[in-house]
Design a protein around this ligand. Structure first.
Ligand code: 13P
Ligand code: ZN
Length: 272
C-alpha cells in the first residue's frame, strides 16, 4: 500500500490540518508524533528505505527500541501537511539502544524530525508504560487562550486542574487526573523533555508556560477530543474571568458525585 494512502497517515494529516484551522499552528508552531502498531508497520514495510544513517535522539528511550513512528518535520508548517506531506512528515525508527533514530520515509531533501523529538519520544515511552501499550499519540500545539492563561494563573497543577474541571461538567470525566504544568523552559532540549515526561507519568495534559501544551491519548480521536475540551475550557475561563470572575460553580462534592456514574476517579489531591 502507498504510505500516503494508509488510514493512519491520512488521519495524521487531517489532524494537523484541523489544528491549523483552529489557529494552533502559526508558522512552524507545534508538532505531532504517532507510535505505529504492528499492522501499520507491516502495511508499509516494503515501501520503507533502510539506508539512512542513525542519528542521536538527544535522550534515551530504551522501552521504544526498534519501534516505528510517524512524526512532523522540524520547521514544517502544519498548513502544508496535506499539500506537501513528503517535506512535512516522515516515518522514523528507534534503534536497539533507544538512543538513535533513522529516517525510513518522507523528510525529503534533508528534512529532519521535529526539534521536540526528545519530548515526543520520552512522552510516548512514559505513556506506553503507564497504559500498558495503549497510548500511541502525542500532540503539541500553541493555542492562544491556553497560552494567555499562563500569564495570569499560578503555574501549579492544582490551580489549573480545578479551574479547567470547573468550566465544563465533562472536563473532569475527560481528564480526571488533571493537568500538569511545566514552568518556562528552553524548548527542544532534553531538560524540558524530562520535565514533561515526568508529568505524563500522571497526566494526559501538560501545559508549557508561555509556550503551549502537550496532550497524549490512545488514538487520534481521543487525543483530538482532549485538546479540544481543554482549549474550550480555557476559552470559557477567560470569559468568566473577564465577566468579573466565578460567582457560582461545580463544588468539590459535585465532582465526587460524578465518580460512580461515570466510573472514574477524580484526582483527590486537587479536591478540597
Ligand atoms: P518544530 O518546527 O521543530 O516542530 O518546532 C515547533 C515548536 O512548536 C517547538 O516547540
Ligand atoms: Zn512549540
Amino acid at each position: 500500500m502507498e504510505i500516503l494512502e494508509t488510514p493512519f497517515v491520512k488521519r495524521f494529516i487531517s489532524f494537523c490540518l484541523e489544528g491549523y484551522q483552529r489557529g494552533w499552528h502559526e508558522r512552524n508552531g507545534g508538532n505531532f508524533s504517532y507510535r505505529m502498531n504492528d499492522e501499520e508497520v507491516a502495511m508499509v514495510k516494503d515501501k520503507l528505505v533502510y539506508n539512512e544513517d542513525w542519528k542521536e535522539i538527544g535522550t534515551e528511550v530504551p522501552t521504544l527500541a526498534e519501534e516505528y513512528f510517524l512524526v512532523k518535520c522540524t520547521g514544517a508548517y502544519m498548513m502544508n501537511m496535506g499539500s506537501d506531506p513528503k517535506h512535512c512528515l516522515g516515518i522514523i525508527q528507534v534503534d536497539k539502544t533507544g538512543t538513535k533514530y533513522r529516517i525510513l520515509f518522507g523528510m525529503e531533501d534533508g528534512r529532519r524530525p521535529t526539534s521536540e523529538l526528545p519530548a515526543h519520544l520520552m512522552n510516548l515511552a512514559v505513556v506506553k508504560e503507564r497504559t500498558n501499550g495503549k497510548y500511541r499519540v502525542v500532540y503539541h500545539c500553541h493555542p492562544a487562550t491556553i497560552i494567555a492563561l499562563t500569564f495570569v494563573l499560578p503555574l501549579d497543577a492544582k490551580t489549573w486542574s480545578h479551574y479547567f474541571w470547573e468550566m465544563m461538567t465533562e472536563c473532569p470525566i475527560i481528564f480526571p487526573a488533571g493537568i500538569g504544568v511545566v514552568p518556562w523552559m528552553v524548548p527542544g532540549q532534553k531538560e524540558i523533555a524530562v520535565a514533561t515526561s515526568e508529568l505524563m507519568k500522571k497526566y494526559d495534559v501538560a501545559i508549557w508556560a508561555h509556550h503551549g501544551i502537550f496532550v497524549t491519548g490512545e488514538d487520534f480521536d481521543s487525543t483530538w477530543g482532549l485538546i479540544d475540551c481543554v482549549e474550550k475550557s480555557a476559552q470559557i475561563l477567560v470569559k468568566v474571568l473577564a465577566m468579573g470572575g466565578i460567582k457560582q460553580t461545580i463544588t468539590n462534592d459535585n465532582f465526587r458525585e460524578l465518580e460512580k456514574p461515570f466510573g472514574i476517579k477524580i484526582n483527590p489531591e486537587f479536591l478540597d
